[in-house]
Every structure is written in C-alpha cells, then in structure tokens.
Design a protein around this ligand. Structure first.
Ligand SMILES: [Zn+2]
Length: 308
C-alpha cells in the first residue's frame, strides 16, 4: 500500500501550516512542502523512498530506520504493519530541513509505539525517544556530522579515484570543509595522526571492543590527544579532504574486534533514558507537539483518508 497523506489530520494541522498540501512554487522554482504533514503507510522497503519524496532529510530517514529495530525488539513484529509519521522542521532550523518529528508503528493487537525526535539542550543534533523519555537510538551515532549527506554506503563500490571495484569499509558523509565532526559514542582516543590514504585520522575505542574511525579530517582540536577520554557528541575533528579524497567528506568506520561493520546497522550498548529536568523539558516539548499536531490523540494508526 502506498503511503498516503492523512487528510483528516492535515485539516487539524493546516491551521498551523503555510500550505495544506504539496505544490510547485514557480517563483522559487523548487518543490516546497507544507510546514507540517502527516504521512501514513505500511512499513516495508519503500519507507525510505516515500520519506525522500516528502522532502525528508536523509539523516532523518536513517535515524528513523535506526529506531525501528528497537521498536520491533520492544514490542513484537512491526514489519509490514502500519506506520504514521509527522514530518516538519524543528524550531530554529530552516523550513526545508524536514525531519520525521514523530514516528508511530503499530503491531497487530498491540498499542502504537511512538518515537519522538527530540534535541537535548546544547546538543548539535537530536535523536528518537519513546514517549516516556527512553532513548531509541543506538549507542553509536551512525552520522557524526550534523546535516551531512550520505555520499557513499558501506560495501562493494567503484572507487571514485582508481575507478576499480573495491570494498568500501565505511560510509562517507559529505559536508562543507570545516564542519565539526563529533564522537559517535563515548570512549578513549587511541590514534590521532596521518594514516596513508585516509589522511588526518582519529580512532576512538568504545565499550565492548568497538572502535570508530574518522578520516580525511582537515584538522583536529588542539587539546585532543591520544589517551584522552571523550563523551558522545564531543568535537574530535573537522571535515576536510586530506589523503585520497575527491572532495570534503568524512569517511566513517565502525569496527568490532577488528571486523569492519556497516556503521548504519552496527549496534552497541544499552539505550539511555532522560532524567530529572531533562525529562521534564522533554515532556513539555511533547505536550506542545501534541497540542500542535494532534498526531498522538487518536488510538488507530491505520490510514483514515475518509474526508471528501
Ligand atoms: Zn569512504
């Protein structure tokens, strides 16, 4: 079943929206979208392409897919079941930075599971949480560069410089030179320096024998040294094109006991939970989101496009 716009809900949302539906803006000569939009459909392999068509950032789609296995683990088989998402821009971000703000999925005979996109105060990027404030993200952030574009995936590919088929042992995140690169999880810096074709490189050791590697950096912070303890989200370098690179990007690898893993599917550690004042702030944000969008106020998640 293709994803559908839930028109009855859009009516509720359009009170707060610049436009109630997708239209073509000839003045700007580019596609524009409603401020907030609810999409629903069935969880299958087309989920990512449906979200891309709705103008959602690739990093947001990856984060949602990242959250789905956690949801399945928690509450049974969701694949093939209905989903509903609220799409829009986070306050303070440009309107074309469209993200999945709320993701709902529902198993047969089960309650809907909801994932809420939330940015912690003073953090560069957000992640998905359950409505009670439990993190649904994996312990290693698959995208260490905010607002980056996934330019090359993990696995076999034609090498952009040599033109030969080669195994790509990480993922490439394209971003302007100088964009901060943040540690994808807490750990200890075990290497900082030049590494052949990888150029300026940082390696971090995490718990449970996981390692992450950040390559082609333009520079690293002056106070960053091998042996230093760092927290998730700390800046450990800046995007560049040192070594063998066709343009500024981060080559990012995850290894476990020496084996290279796909950073977009690797998982480690237990999810964290919000507490204290942070949990209160999250609850306030959630309450505002609900009053604004009405997405969670209905018990049924199946498409309800009955309005004529
Ligand atoms: Zn690469």
């Amino acid at each position: 079943m293709p994803a559908q716009v839930n028109s009855s809900m859009l009516c509720n949302i359009s009170k707060h929206s610049a436009a109630p539906s997708l239209y073509y803006d000839y003045t700007l000569a580019k596609l524009t979208f409603p401020t907030k939009q609810i999409l629903s459909g069935v969880l299958d392999s087309r989920f990512a392409s449906v979200m891309r068509q709705a103008g959602v950032l690739s990093s947001s789609i990856d984060a949602a897919i990242d959250a789905l296995p956690n949801i399945r683990t928690l509450a049974g088989p969701f694949r093939g079941q209905h989903y509903r998402v609220l799409v829009g821009a986070v306050a303070g971000e440009p309107p074309y930075h469209r993200r999945i703000l709320v993701l709902e999925a529902k198993a047969i005979n089960g309650p809907p599971i909801r994932a809420i996109w939330y940015c912690l105060p003073n953090k560069c990027d957000g992640s998905f949480y359950s409505t009670n404030g439990h993190s649904l993200q994996r312990a290693l952030n698959p995208c260490p560069v905010a607002k980056a574009r996934l330019s090359s995936r993990f696995g076999e590919r034609m090498h952009p410089i040599s033109g030969r088929h080669a195994f790509h042992s990480g993922v490439d995140w394209a971003a302007p030179s100088g964009t901060p690169v943040r540690a994808s999880g807490s750990g200890i810096v075990t290497f900082l320096g030049w590494r052949h074709g990888y150029g300026k490189t940082v390696v971090i050791r995490h718990i449970q024998q996981y390692e992450t590697m950040y390559a082609h950096l333009s520079r690293t912070p002056l106070n960053l040294k091998a042996g230093k303890k760092i927290a998730r989200g700390d800046v450990i370098g800046y995007v560049g094109n040192t070594g063998r690179a066709t343009g500024p990007h981060l080559h990012y690898e995850v290894r476990h006991q020496g084996h290279r893993l796909n950073p977009l599917s690797a998982s480690v550690g237990k999810p964290a939970a919000l507490r204290g004042t942070t949990l209160h702030a999250f609850k306030r944000y959630l309450a505002n989101l609900l009053s604004d969008s009405n997405i969670l106020s209905r018990s049924h998640i199946t498409p309800e496009c009955s309005q004529s």
